[in-house]
Each structure stands twice: as structure tokens, then as C-alpha cells.
Design a protein around this ligand. Structure first.
Ligand SMILES: [Zn+2]
Length: 303
């Protein structure tokens, strides 16, 4: 599919349409349905695929469905002096904007940036339903990534660019909001980074392409206390082709790590890093106000 676009076209269309996608427990999982916001769950339950993953109970997962990946050509609103420091709503749009974040006892979050590894390719629309579980199952093997190879176009520099993008969020450590670090051991990572050449089937009109994707599974605070609860990694994936410029890879990582931290919705303001077409390279005052709001509020869901 991407073969239809010349490299020139790709450069022009390199605005990153990074999308936050989440997965949720089905309503019958471990009798926890009453913990889910009813209206929100029903609103999208029609999109839930019928097939749950093997392990029943808390391990069986369905996706939230996605209808229009990444094709939004609106340019975003301007911030004014009046609202320059105002937060936007970071909640999960598919769950009535319920707030999602890491609980404090998971800090410091450990991030593993793979050596360019490319996960098995699937059509883009299937990724939200499967990605977290695929990697989680791989991790049960002694040599989880032995079969994987580096994504075409990946260089070691890409890992430094991703790390530099993530580092933009470091400033909130001094405020006591969150803590994170990098690990060389994928087995202990809560957040994992992979790469691909391009997302399969994710090219939109005008040659725009999805540049990155973050997938997470959400749980209620009560679910994580159950004995059968298993921590699932948040998976970030970056296209080496769309993020072919160092500053694109870096700003894309800043944006995606915002999703990995729990900013699920996009900012309506074009100069915020969490705008859907992120065109800036650093956090705005509005982004900062938003992460502060999120980490000072009790979440409905945790990762
Ligand atoms: Zn996004």
C-alpha cells in the first residue's frame, strides 16, 4: 500500500498522525463489569470483536475498535494569552473521557527501547486488539525476541532520538508527579519501544501516514489487586519512514510517551505536543498543565 507513495509524497505527508489506542477488559471479565463506566462501555461495545484471547478471566481482552485511523486534516485551534496555560481534557475518548494513568506504586516506570526490532506485521486496524497481548505472550518465552529483526531503515540513532523525546517529560520528576528510567532488560519493562518501516495499511488520503502508535491495556484499580492480575506492557511503535528526520522521531516519541503516561485524548490546540498532528517539538504550558492535572487526580483506570 505504501508503495503507492513516492518518497517525495511521504516527506510532504510526514505530519505524524499518532494515535492513542487502548484495550479494555470485556464486560464479563472476572465479574468486573460494574467497575466500568456503563455508558462509555456500551457506546463502543458494538465494535468489540467477538474473539477473546486464549486465557480466560482477567487475561481475556477485546479491543475498543477504531474506525478512522489518523486521517484528520484539521489544523487545530490557536491558544490565546487567556488560555495559554490551561489544561485540555486528557481522558480516554472511548470511555467518556475517563482518566487513565500509572499508579504511583509503579514508579519509576521502566522503559525498554528495543534495538530497532520490528514486531510481526499486521494490518493497522488489527493492532489495537492484539499488540499488547502478542508481546505479553512473547515475553513468556526464554528468548522472547529471537525471531525478530530490525526494522528497515532503523539505525541506532533512532533510539537516541526516541530517548531524547521521552526525556522531555523528565521535568515532572522534580515536581514529584512521576518517575521513569530506561532499562536494558525487557523482562522488567512496563513500556516497550519497537519500530517498523511503515504501518501496514495505514496510509491515508494525500499520502499521509501513521507515524507511531501506542497500545495499552487498562484496568480498574480494583482489578490490579486481584491475584490473577498480570502486568501488561505498554507498546510504542514508530515508523522509520514517516519519522525519517531526527526531529520527527524525537517529537513523535515525546507525543507517544504522553499517551503512554495516560494522556489519551489529543489536545485541540495546534501548538501542544499532544495535538494529533504534532508539529511542535516541546511541551507547551498547556501540555504541562495537563499532565499535572492528570497525575494529581484519582484515575478511573490504571495501566
Ligand atoms: Zn496521538
Amino acid at each position: 500500500m505504501t508503495g503507492h507513495y513516492s518518497s517525495k509524497r511521504l516527506i510532504k505527508g510526514a505530519f505524524v498522525f499518532a494515535i492513542a489506542l487502548t484495550q479494555l477488559l470485556p464486560p464479563d471479565a472476572a465479574g468486573q463489569s460494574r467497575q466500568l463506566p456503563k455508558a462509555g462501555f456500551q457506546r463502543f461495545s458494538g465494535n468489540l470483536p467477538g474473539s477473546a484471547s486464549p486465557g480466560a478471566g482477567i487475561g481475556s481482552i477485546s479491543g475498543t475498535g477504531l474506525t478512522s485511523p489518523g486521517v484528520h486534516l484539521t489544523s487545530g485551534m490557536e491558544r490565546t494569552a487567556r488560555n495559554a496555560r490551561e489544561p485540555y481534557n486528557p481522558g480516554e475518548p472511548k470511555l467518556n473521557m475517563a482518566l487513565v494513568r500509572w499508579p504511583r506504586n509503579k514508579m519509576p516506570l521502566k522503559i525498554w527501547i528495543s534495538p530497532g526490532l520490528q514486531l510481526p506485521q499486521l494490518p493497522f486496524e488489527q493492532l489495537p486488539d492484539t499488540r499488547v497481548e502478542t508481546v505479553f505472550q512473547m515475553m513468556q518465552n526464554e528468548n522472547p525476541f529471537a525471531e525478530l529483526t530490525a526494522a528497515p531503515g532503523w539505525t541506532e540513532q533512532n533510539n537516541y532520538q526516541v530517548a531524547a523525546g521521552i526525556e522531555q517529560w523528565r521535568q515532572f520528576e522534580t515536581e514529584g508527579l512521576l518517575r521513569f528510567g530506561f532499562t536494558t532488560n525487557p523482562q522488567e519493562a512496563q513500556i516497550m519501544v519497537f519500530f517498523n518501516d511503515n504501518f501496514q495499511g495505514a496510509a491515508g488520503p494525500g499520502g499521509t501516514n501513521v507515524g507511531a502508535l501506542t497500545c495499552a491495556q487498562l484496568f480498574t484499580p480494583e482489578q490490579v489487586l486481584l491475584p490473577q492480575f498480570r502486568q501488561k506492557p505498554v507498546i510504542m511503535e514508530f515508523s522509520t519512514r514517516v519519522n525519517h528526520l531526527p526531529e520527527k522521531m524525537q517529537s513523535s516519541a515525546t507525543h507517544e510517551f504522553g499517551h503512554a503516561l495516560g494522556i489519551k485524548a489529543h489536545s485541540p490546540y495546534r501548538d501542544d505536543i499532544m495535538n494529533e498532528n504534532n508539529v511542535v517539538f516541546s511541551l507547551s504550558e498547556g501540555d504541562k498543565a495537563t499532565i499535572r492535572l492528570l497525575y494529581k487526580t484519582e484515575p478511573k483506570f490504571v495501566m
